[in-house]
Design a protein around this ligand. Sequence first.
Ligand SMILES: [Zn+2]
Ligand SMILES: [Zn+2]
Length: 217
Amino acid sequence: MSASSLSSGAESSGPRTTDARRPAANPWRVDLRELGRRAGSLHELDRTAPAPENWRVELIGVPAGADVHLRLRLESVMEGVLVSGDLDVPVTGSCARCLEPIEDTLSLDVQELYAYEGSTTEATSEEDEVRRIEGDHLDLEPLARDTVVLALPLAPVCSEDCAGLCVDCGQRLDDLPADHAHEIVDARWAGLAAKLGTDPSTSSPGAPGESPTTEEN
Ligand SMILES: [Zn+2]
Ligand SMILES: [Zn+2]
């Protein structure tokens, strides 16, 4: 046995460096080679992918790099690959009424056909009408982005019954007593009020213990 065969044997048993040499696989891209083209074949996919930037609307969005959890079924059909399932995505933003921070997780359903190159679906639809399979890969990111961005509310609320802010003092009404109010004193009476020693700006915010409503839960 020669020295060279010994050393090559030692090399092959060493740690594999294949993954280190190429850039980390893009988790948004799905290799379709395992699925194959036979109609009816099925592939389940359960993976986490980092949210890219710009998945947001004005007041709410997905933090860049946050984990997007995908649970999808890829089904080979005549024209391409049908992708269906759901994704969970964390969102952060602020309440449109009271500006309180919002943290939530959206669970969204997806169902979409990715058409094969050269399929009738591809040939008969406009460029932007149908998602396409690129070679033997499909890219889930545009589908996920469209699904998420369409689901983001333009006016997110911290709770459905958020009362917003007091128009007079700007405080969050849900943090204030139910009977929070400001006595609006007509400027013409301000002098009289001062004379009587009642300062309207420090008027009692409501007697404790006689709250008329018990709506809060
Ligand atoms: Zn709110
Ligand atoms: Zn107020």
